[in-house]
Design a protein around this ligand. Structure first.
Ligand code: SF4
Ligand code: FES
Length: 247
């Protein structure tokens, strides 16, 4: 299998980038997309050319590190799939595949396809924790939680922090990510102690980091590989209003 990768190359945050094309052959349909990029880098090494920088860790759809735009879609052509889970059989032999980093001012490009998502870490620091007594692990059933609440919290907890929601949103809003993190903990009894503080501090940090406002286009939900619902955003806004006025 042969494809033409048209890839964004940029030396660092302060330089201008551009697309460069690479014809890559000796690929197989069973290769993952990242393995195809690995193969391209091996070829570049043999030619003494600069390799392409891209991010990954788990390659199993868990860590959220690998996101890029592929032919204009976050994480590529399939719904509910991360870049690392994508395989070359999703492309035609001879196809040109355009690969770009996330585009958002709160995610500055570090190099080529790698962006700095520490703005997400800064939001997390403001409240994605609970206070609990240290010591031996508590009895598992000492706090009973209704099934529908557990399901809601676990659905929100599925967010892997990949940033596709921000990159896809025309406003570069981080509302889907932030709401998932808030609703995960605020839904559970264990998260109630800091519930008001959490929603106020995390949404404040979201604004300080320079993310845009949410206008409910729903684009984030469509491109989220974990299927996080925009209902989370409505719930976050309601929680924020309540925390502001009632506490
Ligand atoms: S909400 Fe979805 S798209 Fe946004 S960071 Fe979480 S997993 Fe990624
Ligand atoms: S490398 Fe971990 S989600 Fe893709």
């Amino acid at each position: 299998m042969k494809v033409i990768f048209k890839i964004w190359r940029q030396e660092n945050t302060n330089t201008k980038g551009n697309f460069q094309s690479y014809e890559v052959d000796e690929l197989t349909e069973d290769m993952s997309f990242l393995e195809a990029l690995d193969h391209l880098n091996e070829v570049l090494v043999t030619k003494n050319e600069k390799t392409i920088a891209y991010e990954y860790d788990c390659r199993e759809g868990i860590c959220g590190q690998c996101g890029v735009f592929i032919n204009g879609r976050a994480h590529g052509p399939h719904d509910n799939m991360t870049t690392c889970q994508l395989h070359m059989r999703s492309f035609r032999d001879g196809e040109t595949i355009v690969v770009e980093p996330w585009r958002a001012s709160a995610f500055p490009i570090v190099k080529d396809l790698v962006v700095d998502r520490s703005s997400f870490d800064n939001i997390i620091e403001q409240g994605a924790y609970i206070s609990a007594k240290t010591g031996t692990a508590p009895e598992a059933n000492s706090i009973l939680v209704r099934k529908e609440i557990v399901d809601k919290a676990m659905d929100a907890a599925a967010c892997i922090g990949c940033g596709a929601c921000v990159a896809t949103c025309k406003n570069s809003s981080a509302a889907l990510f932030t709401s998932a993190k808030i609703n995960h903990l605020n839904s559970l009894p264990q998260g109630k102690q800091e519930a008001s503080k959490r929603v106020l501090e995390m949404t404040k940090q979201m604004e300080l980091e320079g993310f845009g406002s949410c206008t409910f286009t729903g684009a984030c939900e469509v491109e989220c590989p974990e299927g996080i619902s925009i209902i989370n955003i409505a719930e976050m806004n309601a929680r924020r209003t309540k925390a502001k006025w009632i506490g």
